[in-house]
Every structure is written in structure tokens, then in C-alpha cells.
Ligand binder design. Structure first.
Ligand code: MN9
Length: 278
């Protein structure tokens, strides 16, 4: 985003090149990291259109269509389908809603297109869904393919896997644990920064090389732990700029890092393996 919160297509294109070159299987756009909820519906549609256009053959684009208004979410979902996205996804609408209201939201969204829908389970973001039973009920909605699971209850993750749903791990710093307990893949903020490291972790896990997966996770977490000292999404953007991939700033109300913070972050990054690869 630029300083007015407007999408910068050229920066997005460079970022896509960076992650696809590293071998990721696809993109998840306009979620938390992709600032879907900080953008207008029109701009989100432009991002989705460009993401599909830039996807190399065989790569998947999941569009986060979640919005405070069900009608907007449905509009974004239909647009994603027309644009050629692989799937849609949605956070629960934030607010003091009951589980039944959240259920009705997901039912409306799932019925609005032919695309698979991934519920974005992030208990720190919304009060519902909160129980395993509620998650399984959401997974039972026709066309709900599974979850993006941003939580550290990996027993719960394994129970959802047992029901047959597809589960993407959401906390980057615990991808190895999520994969060990059955996650099918991962989606996350730091994949933008060091996509190749995550691809290597995923491949090691898929091959059953858990010691190697754990080693890769430790190397990744050296970077993540630095990022988590700051507002994480702004830190991710600054890390990208530090690597020569300027992606602008986060849209308000997210704040940017101060100059003191960026100087400190730069100094910390200089001491990592990433500096030697730059
Ligand atoms: O699920 C991301 N979650 C949020 C994806 O943005 C809320 C993660 O990638 C985290 O940012 C990351 C840091 O905790 O794991």
C-alpha cells in the first residue's frame, strides 16, 4: 500500500515473483497480512484479479472474501469466482455475534459460488467459532473444504483432520508442529519474507524428515522472533523493504514502524543468516 492506503500493483508483482520463484504452491490474498479488511471492496477485487492474472500455471489463488457485511462478502466471493480463483476463504465477521449468526454467514457465503470455501479459524480475532463441535459444524456446510487454522491447539487440529477436512496451518512459527499433527500445508505472513525456507520445511515434513523440519523451523524462528517484537505486519513489510522488495506501508489503522524501530530492526536483521544471503 502507498501512504494513502492504495494498492501498488508493481510492488505486488515483484512480491509474487519472489514467492513463486521460491516454489510456493499459491497465494492467499487479502487476508490479515494482505490487509483485506483495511481496503475497500473495489480495491480488493482489483487485488484478486491481478493475483489470478499473475499466477503461473498450476498455482492456486485463495481469495479472502470476508467482510463485516454478508452482502459484501458474497460480492467478493462471486467476483473471485469470475476472476478464476481456486477457492475463497473468510474470517468470521468481527463483532458480538452468536455462533448461529456466524453459521448463517458461512452458509450464505458457501452457497454464493461453486468454489471451495476455507473457514479462517482465528480465535484471537473473533469469539466464534470457539469449540471443536462448532468447527466441525462449519466444516459440514456444503462446499466448505476446510480451515485455515491460526491457533496452537494441535490436538484440535488433528481432530478436524480426522473429520476429513483440509487444514492449513496459520502460525508460521509452529508450522512444523502443525504438519506433524496432520496439517496439509501452511499459509502465513512470513512466507512473504522467506518463502524458500518454508518450502524446504514443508518438503522435509512431507518426506517424514521431522528432524530436518524442526531444524528448518528453528532457522525460520530466528527471523520470526525478531519480527514479533514489533507490530507484526509492519515488521514484515519492513523486512521486505530491507531485502530490496519495497511493498510500501500498512494501511491505517495499522501503524508503521518508527525510525527508531526500523533502525533497531535493521541492526537485528544484519546479525541473521538472512543478511548473509542478501
Ligand atoms: O495466519 C498469520 N496470522 C495473522 C497467518 O496474521 C493473524 C501468521 O502468519 C502470523 O502473522 C505469524 C506471526 O504470529 O505466525
Amino acid at each position: 500500500m502507498d501512504l494513502d492506503g492504495l494498492f501498488i500493483p508493481a510492488a505486488f508483482e515483484r512480491l509474487c515473483e519472489h514467492v513463486y520463484r521460491a516454489g510456493v504452491d499459491g497465494l492467499y490474498v487479502c487476508g490479515q497480512t494482505g490487509e483485506g479488511l483495511q481496503q475497500t471492496v473495489e480495491q480488493r477485487k482489483a487485488v484478486a484479479t491481478l493475483a489470478v492474472k499473475l499466477a503461473p500455471p498450476g498455482k492456486q489463488v485463495i481469495v479472502h472474501a470476508g467482510a463485516p457485511r454478508t452482502a459484501d462478502a458474497v460480492g467478493l466471493a462471486r467476483h473471485a469466482e469470475q476472476a478464476g480463483a481456486t477457492a475463497i476463504s473468510s474470517l468470521p465477521p468481527a463483532g458480538a455475534y452468536s455462533f448461529d449468526e456466524i453459521l448463517a454467514y458461512y452458509q450464505a457465503l458457501a452457497a454464493s459460488t461453486e468454489l471451495p470455501l476455507f473457514v479462517y479459524y482465528f480465535p484471537k480475532f473473533a469469539a466464534h467459532p470457539s469449540t471443536l463441535e462448532h468447527l466441525l459444524r462449519l466444516c459440514d456446510i456444503p462446499r466448505v473444504a476446510g480451515l485455515k487454522f491460526t491457533d496452537s491447539d494441535f490436538y484440535r487440529l488433528s481432530e478436524i483432520k480426522r473429520s476429513g477436512a483440509i487444514v492449513y496451518n496459520g502460525y508460521d512459527e509452529m508450522l512444523a508442529a502443525g504438519l506433524l499433527m496432520g496439517a496439509d500445508g501452511g499459509i502465513g505472513s512470513f512466507y512473504n519474507v522467506i518463502p524458500g525456507w518454508f518450502v524446504e520445511l514443508f518438503q522435509a515434513a512431507k518426506a517424514g524428515n521431522w528432524a530436518e523440519a524442526r531444524q528448518k523451523q528453528a532457522a525460520i524462528n530466528e527471523i520470526i522472533t525478531i519480527g514479533l517484537r514489533y507490530p507484526v505486519h509492519s515488521a514484515v513489510k519492513h523486512m521486505l523493504a530491507w531485502m530490496g522488495l519495497d511493498c510500501g506501508v500498512c494501511a491505517a489503522p495499522r501503524r508503521s514502524l518508527t525510525s527508531v524501530e526500523t533502525a533497531e530492526l535493521d541492526a537485528l536483521l544484519e546479525q541473521t543468516r538472512l543478511a548473509r544471503m542478501r
